[in-house]
Design a protein around this ligand. Structure first.
Ligand code: KG4
Ligand code: ZN
Length: 336
């Protein structure tokens, strides 16, 4: 069964064809990063307009790449939530039009479920149940995946997502947008023990995460050092990056470790843009080895937003009977 996936929740316009939820036949991602870099972050209205311009070419590119026409497709899977509402609506409206004009079924896919499904492509042996850790620019969630379409949330961030903290820290260090990858490299050159950041803790929900305190702390540190006349460059800059990254990694790992300490023995499956972080990957690998559980993580190309992951999850939603009517709406929030 061949599923065409369409993704437009943030600043990547993406389309892909995936067979039986596991084999990617094609994948195209048109990134808007250069446009948004001018503003230091994603500008929603610009994102929507850029998606509208790119969608036709990206979808055609995915079909051509797979050597197929839309007639060969069994269903169209599209991200309907969560994300920027205008951005989501462009992809959803395009998919609805394609579904209406071709008679192909339309399948709604939740973006976070999609991130998790990226692992079905890179790890063909992976099957639920497992524990999913989704760390991205907009979300940080610990989820029990009981079956392909049955999810129970164990913990979420109470404020900022991990990626938001990485991006803001990168900004105060003067790194180019988006800063995640540059922070990762810089952190490898620094002394992580030089600055001690308090680790965010949520007292009434032990599996929840909090990143806003860490984000504020790194911004305050940069401002204080600058006010003292110190230039944030060279070794100082690398040491801040390393100390911040160590604190962010500990914040993510704390909730996960608590879960395994409490007796969980299902494998851990990492995903989302921040899953590309080498320090986080290494820490979670060590953590899962300590508890003797499996650890799955997608290659870098499947960590950030893409449509292969939407088509992969779309397959499982499709065979479980999920269908989007033409009245299907988009939703900005996570709970949709
Ligand atoms: O999953 P994604 O592409 O978009 C959302 O659904 O949010 O995640 C993007 C986020 C950005 O915040 C970006 O800075 C971060 O992932 N990121 C990283 C790394 N590569 C990307 N954060 C830390 N280390 C990285 N190597
Ligand atoms: Zn995402």
């Amino acid at each position: 069964m061949k599923i065409l996936g369409i993704e437009s929740s943030c600043d990547e316009t993406a389309a892909a064809v995936v067979e039986n939820g596991r084999t990617a036949l094609s994948g195209v991602v048109a990134s808007q990063v250069e446009v948004h870099a001018l503003y230091g972050g994603v500008v929603p209205e610009i994102a929507s307009r850029a998606h509208t311009e790119a969608l036709c070419g990206v979808v055609n590119g995915a079909l051509d790449g797979a050597g197929l026409t839309v007639n060969d497709i069994d269903a169209i899977a599209v991200t309907y939530a969560p994300g920027l509402i205008g951005a989501l609506l462009t992809g959803l409206s395009f998919a609805k039009g394609l579904s209406y004009s071709t008679g192909k079924p339309l399948v709604p896919v939740h973006h976070i479920r999609g991130h998790i499904a990226a692992n079905y492509i890179s790890s063909p042996d992976l099957k639920p149940p497992f524990i999913a850790l989704v760390v991205s620019g907009g979300h940080t969630s610990l989820i029990k995946v009981e079956d392909y379409t049955k999810f129970t949330t164990i913990g979420v961030t109470r404020d900022d997502a991990a990626g938001e903290a990485f991006d803001k820290a990168a900004r105060v260090l003067g790194l180019p947008y988006p800063g995640g990858a540059a922070m990762d490299a810089l952190a490898s050159e620094g002394d992580k023990g030089r600055f001690r950041f308090t680790i965010g803790r949520v007292h009434d929900a032990e599996y929840d995460f909090s990143f806003s305190g860490l984000k504020t702390a790194v911004i305050n540190l940069a401002h204080t050092l600058t006010a003292r006349g110190e230039k944030i460059e060279g070794q100082l800059k690398a040491d801040i990056a390393a100390s911040f990254t160590a604190a962010a990694v500990t914040t993510v790992c704390r909730g996960v470790e608590r879960l395994y300490e409490d007796g969980e023995r299902l494998p851990l499956v990492l995903s989302g843009g921040v899953a590309a972080n080498s320090h986080l990957r290494a820490a979670l690998k060590a953590l899962t080895e300590k508890y003797g559980v499996g650890f799955y993580v997608p290659p870098l190309s499947l960590c950030g937003d893409n449509a292969k992951m939407i088509a992969a999850q779309g397959y499982y939603e499709f065979i479980s009977g999920a269908r989007a009517p033409l009245s299907q709406n988009a939703f900005a929030c996570m709970e949709a």
